[in-house]
Design a protein around this ligand. Structure first.
Ligand code: HEC
Length: 289
């Protein structure tokens, strides 16, 4: 509109015969053809989207700050019994790779070939399937392929989880996160505070460090493996707080007969010395005062 001019002249557009009218059926009318029913994408719509995005982000931030995500337990490279599992949404691929013709010698087929064809087909679907029909029951090929893939994914996921729980059962294992979940549930039921693994454990120290039993521990070379302060090193666990884990009878048994990498001391120490050591070790409880 011209500045400051009030024109009552009617503007008439005349066609230019040199410009061909485009008869493209695929180009929808511009949004201005729907006054009041639509709006410009830039800036109106985009601004609204951004505003909603900001609110959601701030909400998320507040939530994350109020309720920090727990740390997972530390990885233990010496734990050979650990069964690594992918996140649930990859379980179907994980299970798929267990089958003979997509693993071992055919691993390339399993990791690149089949998934490549599947995901490639999904990406090329708009070009492969150009039919105008929208109703799924009128598109038997596309629909049945989709339903088949869905069924396969659900089936493989379920089977994979089934294998996993079965394997745990055979090994008699309880994964650490299950254990923690169980402990949290027990704590909640008993009305205690939920165990917090992100808090560093209170630095414990030996109870009665000057007890004569400590001299036995030094002479018998317990300190060689369990460290001079008995806090453990390498495979030998710390003995500080061992009284929380084992009773005196169990301590006598471990020291007398050994266990795993722990040698037996039946021949090296007298029953009396073992008794004295075990009595002292059973007093090693993590300081709670
Ligand atoms: C050769 C190294 C070595 C020596 C020496 C040794 N230990 Fe051990 N001890 C170990 C190892 C390794 C373990 C873990 C065993 C296992 O995993 O079952 C262990 C475990 C233990 C446990 C069980 C701890 C727990 O949390 O279950 C106790 C108690 C113990 N030792 C006490 C002693 C005492 C007391 C002596 C000295 C008389 C001693 N150890 C000497 C290597 C040693």
């Amino acid at each position: 509109m011209a500045h400051g001019h009030k024109s009552n002249e009617k503007v008439v557009y005349v066609g230019d015969s040199r410009v061909k009218k485009s008869n493209h059926p695929n180009i929808p009318p511009d949004y201005t053809s729907f006054p009041g029913k639509s709006e410009a994408f830039i800036p109106n719509f985009l601004l609204k989207e951004w505003m909603v995005g900001c609110v959601v982000l701030v909400g998320f931030l507040t939530w994350v700050i109020a309720e920090p995500a727990p740390l997972g337990y530390p990885a233990d490279p010496t734990n050979a019994a650990f069964i690594p599992m992918p996140d649930w949404y990859f379980l179907f691929l994980y299970q798929f790779l267990k089958y003979p013709y997509v693993s071992q010698d055919y691993i390339l087929l399993g990791t690149m070939g089949v998934p490549g064809v599947m995901f490639g087909a999904l990406m090329l679907a708009p070009f492969l399937d150009t039919g105008k029909e929208r109703r799924f029951y009128r598109r038997p090929i596309a629909s049945s392929l989709m339903i088949l893939s869905l069924i396969a994914c659900v089936y493989l996921t379920v089977i994979s989880w089934d294998h996993y729980t079965h394997q745990l059962e055979i090994n008699g294992q309880v994964p650490e996160h299950h254990e923690r979940e169980e402990k949290a549930r027990e704590a909640a039921e008993a009305g205690h505070e939920r165990p917090n693994y992100t808090k560093p454990a209170v630095e414990a120290s030996l109870v009665d460090a000057n007890d004569p039993a400590m001299d036995i521990a030094k002479q018998a070379q317990c300190v060689g493996c369990h460290a001079a302060d008995l806090k453990g090193q390498g495979n030998a666990p710390g003995l500080v707080g061992v009284g929380d884990r084992l009773t005196k009878e169990q301590l006598v048994d471990v020291v007398t007969n050994g266990r795993g990498g722990m040698p037996a001391f039946a021949d090296t120490l007298s029953a009396e010395e073992i008794d004295q050591l075990s009595t002292w070790l059973s007093k090693q409880k993590a300081a709670t005062e």
